[in-house]
Design a protein around this ligand. Structure first.
Ligand code: AMP
Ligand code: FE
Ligand code: FE
Ligand code: ZN
Length: 306
């Protein structure tokens, strides 16, 4: 049975994490706020995670740590644990790879690379809007109006502007053609090589986990050989349980993780109202989570709100 939130009037006594038989910890390690392409503020992501009955939530905005402080404050307020993370945009021979990084020190080369990606995302969005503007009503100002404060700009913000202008009914429809990777309006942005990204995350004391590694519904994915190069560079986990994976893809991710003694995670990839993904729809097993936290060597640490 699904547990309800840990509100002040919860009928359940507060259970500790060790009481796993009665109340297994519920852990969601991949969410987005409006500091990237989610629609909810970092504080509200954490509050909603608590309402959804989660004990642990990771905030993993694309290429930014700008939501970290607000999420940490909210953790203490609503009483759940928050893991500060990032989803780093990478590219290998034209193929997009998302690398989750948990608890990396927020400084150094990794962060220079993310800022470079963020700047390139602005130019890229301007160019996509220029192309789209020949055929449909849209301006870059309208795109910016859809983005949160100092957000990492992405195609979802262009999608939201198209929705606001009545061009498409929702984000998903925008991605079917107008914003598709293979469509006529698409422009790429700078993204770091995934092997180098893994190296930099480890150098920053963080835990690198490859997001939705086999989700070919999103576009082309890399083969096992590239993932093995990332493992040789220090990759520590695979996100197996994700709605964009088929059951076969989940199994393959689990098998690959077992072969290489990697962590297995599961998560919602929550984007607020921007996507159908619901908080806690996939979760990470407590033993995997505990191993993950133990593997981090930075001073960042989990924000303990419980
Ligand atoms: P970008 O990073 O700007 O290339 O945009 C990629 C982002 O768009 C991903 O992080 C997803 O959040 C979102 N996205 C990708 N495909 C879809 C889709 N079919 N429907 C809705 N959002 C999508
Ligand atoms: Fe996203
Ligand atoms: Fe992703
Ligand atoms: Zn994501």
């Amino acid at each position: 049975a699904r547990r309800t939130g840990r509100g002040a009037c919860s009928p359940m006594p507060a259970l500790t994490g060790s009481n796993t038989n009665l109340s297994p910890m519920r852990i969601d390690l991949h969410t987005h706020s409006n500091r990237s392409d989610g629609t909810t503020s970092p504080a509200d992501v954490v509050a909603q995670a608590s309402e959804a009955g989660l004990d642990v939530v990771a905030l993993t905005d694309h290429d930014t740590t700008r939501g970290w402080d607000d999420a940490a404050d909210a953790a203490r307020r609503v009483g759940i644990d928050v893991v500060r993370g990032i989803e780093i945009s990478c590219r290998h021979r034209g193929i997009s790879i998302h690398l989750l990084a948990y608890l990396p020190a927020p400084e150094g080369e990794l962060f220079d690379e993310m800022e470079r990606a963020r700047e390139s995302r602005v130019t890229r969005a301007e160019r996509m809007v220029e192309r789209l503007g020949r055929d449909v009503p849209i301006t870059y100002e309208q795109v910016l109006a859809q983005a949160g404060p100092d957000a990492t700009i992405g195609r979802p913000h262009i999608a939201d502007a198209l929705v606001a202008n009545g061009v498409v009914p929702d984000r998903s429809t925008a991605f079917e053609h107008l914003l598709s990777n293979s469509g006529p309006y698409h422009v790429g942005h700078y993204a770091i090589d995934p092997v180098r990204a893994v190296t930099l995350v480890r150098a920053a004391g963080g835990v690198p986990v490859m997001a939705h590694p086999f989700a070919d519904v999103r576009g082309r994915v890399v083969g096992d050989a590239v993932i093995e190069e990332m493992i040789d560079a220090g990759l520590l986990g695979l996100e197996a349980h994700h709605r964009d994976h088929t059951p076969e893809q989940v199994r393959h991710a689990r098998d690959l993780a077992r072969t290489h003694d990697l962590l297995v995670t599961g998560s919602s990839d929550y984007h607020g109202d921007g996507k159908p993904n619901r908080l806690g729809e996939n979760t990470t097993e407590p033993d995997q989570y505990e191993r993950l936290v133990a593997l981090a060597t930075s001073d960042v640490g989990v924000v303990r709100g419980r």
